[in-house]
Ligand binder design. Sequence first.
Ligand code: MN
Length: 233
Amino acid sequence: MNTVFAPFPVATLAVLGIPQGFPVRRIFCVGRNYADHAREMGAIDQAEGREPPFFFSKPGDAVRGGEGEISVAYPPQTGNLHHEVEMVVALGAGGANVGVEAANALIFGYAVGLDLTRRDMQARAKEKSHPWDMSKGFDQSAVVGPICPAASCGHPLTGRIWLTVNGELRQSGDLSAMMWTVPEIIANLSTLVRLEAGDLIYTGTPAGVGPLVRGDVLEAGVDGVGTLHARIV
Ligand code: MN
């Protein structure tokens, strides 16, 4: 069918080692997946077993990718923009009610990402039990470095995840500290929505989140996956 205006382009991400891009469909994010971050946010640390994972979303076109230094616009309506470094899972296949043991087969690759957050707006939303959409899903809020295909980097379960701002270490953790592993996250999320190729999943951030200002230069990395370079403008 003809459309009333030209269909908008699909956002794509760079893939290491191949010329083809990765088309982004949806962006899902896991909340509080590292206990040290849950504690710093004042969330209760459950001593008796894990709470089920919970998810929020960003629009697919909130993605901001690139191979070199990625420039990211400081968003309006906040005075407390926070960085959250996360490992991002990029799906190359879909499915519903996927078993934990079958989950890795859906994964195309992994990348280093930033779940940028309007922390002041999120705090007000939490107070009033309002939705998080505008504190999490604003333009350029989902920064992602190049995707490393699982065919080359495997499926990392351990490895350092870190972030520096202007050369100062702000976040440092290990993938092994995730409360829900990547296969468990995929299995759980696939009971809520049918996952599809092109979906991205942000897997949570370790402790050390903090504010950013215009001009800040960020370097982030996940061992075995790659690095991310960004500048707030
Ligand atoms: Mn996050």
